[in-house]
Design a protein around this ligand. Structure first.
Ligand code: HMH
Length: 214
């Protein structure tokens, strides 16, 4: 079995919990409340910027120019496709960037950056594989469901588009190319850790935002 498939197999339970998360269920049932969507967007916009840094760390530790070219392309897509989505939507929907975010949101960003800063190349690949494979999976399962909010529809469609699908597949293949059988337990643990952070991140959108101090 491929290393990437072993990582997935070791995490079926937790991945399944994320794929059935209330947030995903609400998107699929077209019942995501506007205030939840807006909080999610504010937290998500911050993560997309963090993701640029994560892929920058991966670019530094990539062992060859082929991987570096690909990762620079990912940074380009994040900076020039995903960030503009948030810039446009924040202006139109009057969503403010939150200076205070819930602990779970801060923990997700910090946890992902920590792996990127201190982990081996395959660890960073696995962290983003956990994040992107999961989004690609639930978005594909949401391809034909009715979504009334055009901004939410566009967000889901962005994660079924060829660009994003190719990225998720590239990460999976790269784990098999650059990883080693001896990495399997550590990488399965990275995948597990990231998926738990994802669960908590998506739960945070349902809680009232933290109050400003003072
Ligand atoms: C929180 C989160 N996880 C994963 C993805 C997919 O890259 C995303 N955009 N946001």
């Amino acid at each position: 079995m491929l290393l990437s498939d072993k990582i997935l197999s070791a995490n079926t339970d937790i991945l399944d919990r994320m794929l059935k998360h209330r947030f995903v269920a609400d998107v699929q049932a077209d019942s995501l409340q506007r205030d939840v969507f807006h909080r999610y967007l504010a937290y998500e916009g911050q993560f997309v910027e963090t993701a640029i840094s994560i892929f920058a760390f991966a670019t530094i530790s990539a062992p060859d120019i082929g991987a570096q070219r690909w990762l620079i392309g990912v940074q380009d897509a994040l900076a020039n496709k995903q960030v503009p989505y948030f810039e446009d939507i924040f202006a139109r929907r009057d969503i403010g960037v939150e200076s205070q975010v819930p602990d779970a949101v801060a923990a997700f960003d910090a946890g992902m950056l920590e792996i990127a800063r201190t982990g081996a190349f395959v660890d960073v690949l696995t962290a983003m594989f956990a994040a992107e494979w999961m989004y690609w999976t639930w978005s594909k399962a949401t391809d034909t469901t009715q979504i009334s909010d055009p901004d939410l529809r566009a967000w889901v469609d962005m994660h079924t588009a060829t660009d994003f699908a190719d990225q998720a597949m590239w990460l999976k293949n790269a784990i098999d190319t650059y990883g080693d059988e001896s990495d399997v337990d550590r990488l399965a643990q990275v995948f597990n850790h990231v998926t738990q952070l994802e669960i908590d991140f998506h739960t945070a959108a349902y809680d009232a935002p933290p109050k400003h101090e003072g």
